[in-house]
Design a protein around this ligand. Structure first.
Ligand SMILES: Cc1ncc(COP(=O)(O)O)c(C=O)c1O
Length: 397
């Protein structure tokens, strides 16, 4: 057989997706697995959004739309950005894709050349390194730690920039850490970015899920950065619409044009029915979204308090998204009669085998001392999960 693509042989499977598949298999075999691996809200898509989709089907809105998205959706996105983010676009600045993941991929492909460097912080979302590879570029990561609330400083950013830097990939609120950058912190980073000839890709998919009166601030709204920022957003997280696959990119017309061209030859338009549902999501106010956020915040408070009671676990307070990223390094070197814990993967394997609890190893996000626990699940599951985690770590000596 002739050889396969070297580029793709070098790209790994998404570890979070692989883990979700393993947990589904264990459940199908009859195991009572408690999974905290999900990157999706446990709520159902709100009724008014589903109704808009059903109406689209009955109205035969079932054909190809324009590659970049239907005019109704482009209009809704333009209005959303103007209302929520002080970002002002025309239709030529927008591309609707099949999820924010797809939007980021299209944009990185439009921006990067071989040898270019893409800077982002670590811990990072699992797909960034592989997408950067697919775009032919090289990742440069800036390490962050719990003591600094997993945030970079202007100084660290400046040091990471080289003549080869093409993109600063920014994510607030962040997956996996739940870090939320304040407006002041973003303005300080902007002082560095204003002086450099680099693009900013700002992944704002968790924009709506922020706690403790934190406010999301869009870096692209800073005057000097408007033309070099591509803002990414979508409906997966805020509207519990992960399966509908709608995300979008907005910014510099030339970048969007290339991203549109790529999409036109690969996937074409995002699903027409999902686009109609997204128009409803973005244009009709609903209290359900706020209720989801209140519920996430309560769960976060509960888990952080409970986890910090466990000897050996250190858990900072995340300000957004629906994940807890906590340090389990104190258990490394500990054993039970059949297992030794030596990294985040062996810790998660142990929890899964011993107590049927699924967490994601931090190494998937570039940090091998931590694990990620999603709290997009019920109180009962959280309560039972914490009890099992306590029991499992007590057995380690
Ligand atoms: C940081 C981040 N960006 C982008 C995405 C992609 O979201 P989607 O493709 O579902 O819109 C995710 C999903 O987990 C994410 O965590």
């Amino acid at each position: 057989m002739s050889s396969l693509s070297e580029l793709l042989l070098n790209v790994g499977e998404s570890r979070t997706m692989a883990l979700s598949a393993l947990i589904k298999k264990l459940r199908a075999e009859g195991n009572d697995v408690l999974s905290f691996t999900a990157g999706e809200p446990d709520f159902d898509t709100p009724e008014f959004i589903k109704k808009a989709a059903i109406k689209a089907i009955h109205g035969n809105f079932t054909r190809y739309t324009a590659n970049e998205g239907s005019p109704e959706l482009l209009k809704a996105i333009i209005e959303k950005f103007s209302k929520d983010n002080d970002l002002h676009f025309e239709q030529k600045n927008i591309l609707v894709s099949s999820g924010a993941k797809h939007a980021i991929y299209n944009v990185l492909m439009a921006l990067c050349n071989p040898g270019d460097e893409v800077i982002y912080q670590s811990p990072y979302w699992v797909s960034y390194p592989e997408m950067v590879k697919l775009a032919g570029a090289r990742s440069v990561t800036i390490e962050t730690h719990a003591e600094q609330n997993f945030k970079i400083t202007p100084d660290l950013l400046e040091k990471a920039i080289t003549p080869k830097t093409k993109v600063f990939l920014f994510n607030t609120p962040s997956n996996p850490t739940g870090a939320v950058y304040s407006k002041e912190e973003i303005l300080a980073l902007a002082e560095v970015l204003k002086k450099k000839d680099i693009f900013i890709v700002s992944d704002e998919i968790y924009e709506k899920i922020v706690f403790d009166n934190e406010k999301h601030f869009a870096i692209g709204s800073i005057e000097e950065l408007r033309d070099k920022t591509i803002t990414i957003n979508g409906v997966s997280k805020a509207y519990a619409m992960t399966g509908w696959r709608i995300g979008y990119a907005a910014g510099n017309e030339n970048v969007i044009r290339l991203a549109r061209n790529l999409q036109s030859h690969s996937t074409s338009n995002a699903c027409s029915i999902s686009q109609a549902a997204t128009v409803a999501a973005l244009t009709q106010h609903s209290e359900e979204i706020e209720k989801m956020v209140v519920s996430f915040q309560k769960r976060r408070d509960f888990i952080v308090e409970e986890l910090n009671r466990i000897d050996g676990i250190h858990c900072p307070l995340p300000k957004g998204a629906f994940y807890i990223f906590f340090d389990v390094g104190k258990f490394y070197g500990k054993t039970t009669n059949h297992t030794t814990i030596f990294d985040s993967s062996s810790f998660c394997d142990y929890l899964l085998k011993e107590e049927l609890v699924g967490l994601v190893p931090g190494i998937a996000f570039g940090n091998d001392n931590c694990v990620r626990m999603s709290y997009a699940c019920s109180y009962e599951e959280i309560f039972a999960g914490i009890t099992r985690i306590k029991r499992a770590v007590k057995k380690l000596v």
